[in-house]
Design a protein around this ligand. Structure first.
Ligand code: PLP
Length: 474
């Protein structure tokens, strides 16, 4: 493709994206396609010869778009908000246009220095002290893996530089709430701690980790000759956005010399609002934390912000320095290849830069405040409506609810089935998309508010849809 052909087709595709976003409200939120339907319409073998891309916009519209679940839809209430603001779409286009591989400062100084600047902007926006330094990863899963690798190496005094965990006679243990995201357990397994050494600490009525049971579990492990290595605090659990008692966990971590990692993947975005910061009181004592601007803020998947306090430790754990990667500038610059697992890196900082220049801190704050108010409105509606129950507090933008028809009262199994059917019927109907999940054995429906386009009217429409659909179920 020549630059001239790119210009023509690029304009066409940008128009297509603008049209798509303009009419997104009319589309079914969840893709209505069944398994295999997209595949059946694609050739089984690759094109032997290259040809014209002229038909590509039509193919995107006819073959691909129907198989997309629209995360930027105003009635997307599933999982968590994952907004890709149009400014971030443009940034991704520019990043791909450069095609820069940002592994070292020298391989694209602008990528390294913009990352340094925007991560420090983000630190300030989140109200984090200057003792934290940030680096961009793809996902919270990878950031949490980095955190547990750092924890392992601190606890073992850099065992990876010798025989590694294989030579250690003392098992290391990790602690997180039973409601922690699965990425914590996955990271613990991958970092070599082993499933048997991950403690899922039970939660209280608000679904937050119980400090008393945490302290007991640590003591039990010490008594048994194991070595506690790390705590992971969830600031905003996936199911209910429950907030673990971070200050108390920091106290224990400090006293017991444990690494403290904070998983604030979604809820961390709310910390751009000073009024939300009491939720993570104690954060300044964390060793590491992860926030996903690719969730609620709108930077577009994928951009996960990992902050640490001890940069030399991170570098010692992560860096390698083969001769072919060394450059003359190394002593004076940040080579982000040494700040994480991957060597090659995309130019992700551009997305955060575009977003912040487009919306400013105030614009983002106003949007998040709108979402918090919408969640409070729904919470009040649920609380005031007979036959509906709320299953968790609403510290942020997620409302966990269920419908309990009078005819099913007391029959927990039937209530579970009823709520599963309710969520499935709504999702298949295409007018809204929700997640149903189990919370301490009970089936609930999660309404996660925060799509960029979601206004109060959309939340009202959802609440009406929930009540109408529940009433119509057999
Ligand atoms: N942590 C929490 C609390 C989450 O809710 C999620 C995703 O939903 C993750 C971690 C994983 O995020 P990622 O997809 O960026 O790995």
């Amino acid at each position: 493709m020549t630059p001239e052909e790119f210009r023509r087709l690029g304009h066409e595709l940008v128009d297509w994206i603008a049209d798509y976003r303009e009419r997104i409200d009319e589309l079914p939120v969840m893709s209505p396609l069944g398994p295999g339907e997209v595949k059946a319409r694609l050739p089984a073998t690759p094109p032997e010869e290259g040809g014209s891309l002229d038909a590509i916009a039509r193919d995107v519209e006819e073959l691909i778009r129907p198989g997309i679940t629209h995360w930027n839809h105003p009635r997307f209430f599933a999982y968590f908000p994952s907004n890709t603001s149009l400014a971030a779409v443009l940034a991704d286009l520019v990043a791909s246009g450069f095609g820069a591989q940002a592994m070292s400062w020298q391989t694209s100084p602008a990528a390294a220095e913009l990352e340094e600047v925007v991560m420090d902007w983000l630190r300030q926006m989140l109200g984090l002290p200057a003792t934290f330094t940030g680096v961009i990863h793809d996902t919270a899963s990878v950031a949490t893996l980095c955190a547990l690798l750092e924890a392992r190496e601190r606890a073992t005094r850099y065992s990876q530089e010798e025989g590694g965990l294989q030579e250690s006679p003392v098992p290391l243990t990790i602690y997180a709430s039973a409601e922690a995201h699965s990425s914590v357990e996955k990271a613990a397994r991958l970092a070599g701690f082993g499933q048997d050494h991950v403690r899922a600490i039970p939660t209280d009525d608000a679904h937050a980790l119980r400090l008393d049971l945490l302290a007991e579990a640590i003591q039990r492990d010490r008594d048994a000759g194991r070595r506690p290595a790390a705590l992971v605090a969830s600031i905003g659990t996936t199911a209910t956005t429950a907030i673990d008692p971070l200050a108390g966990m920091a106290e224990i971590a400090g006293r017991q010399d444990l690494w403290l990692h904070v998983d604030a993947a979604l809820a961390g975005c709310a910390m751009i609002l000073p009024e939300c910061r009491p939720l993570w009181r104690g954060i300044e004592r964390a060793d590491s934390l992860v926030v996903n601007p690719h969730k609620w803020l709108g930077v577009g998947f994928d951009l996960s912000a990992y902050f640490v306090r001890d940069v030399p430790h991170l570098l010692r754990v992560m860096s390698t320095s083969p001769s072919y990667l060394r450059t003359a500038e190394d002593p004076a610059v940040r080579n982000y290849r040494d700040w994480g697992i991957q060597l090659g890196r995309r130019f992700r900082a551009l997305k955060l830069w575009f977003l912040l220049r487009d919306q400013g801190v105030r614009g983002l704050q106003a949007r998040l405040r709108r979402d918090l108010a919408n969640a409070r409105w729904l919470q009040e509606e649920v609380d005031a409506t007979p036959g509906w129950e709320r299953l968790a507090p609403v510290p942020l933008q997620t409302v966990c609810l269920r419908h309990v028809p009078a005819r099913l009262a007391q029959d927990e199994k039937a209530i579970d089935q009823h709520n599963l059917a309710l969520a499935e019927r709504i999702n298949r109907g295409g007018r809204a998309y929700l997640t149903s999940a189990l919370l301490k054995g009970r089936r609930m429906i999660r309404v996660s508010i925060g799509s960029e386009l979601t206004e109060r009217a959309h939340v009202e429409a959802l609440w009406q849809l929930l009540r109408d659909t529940a009433a119509a179920l057999p």
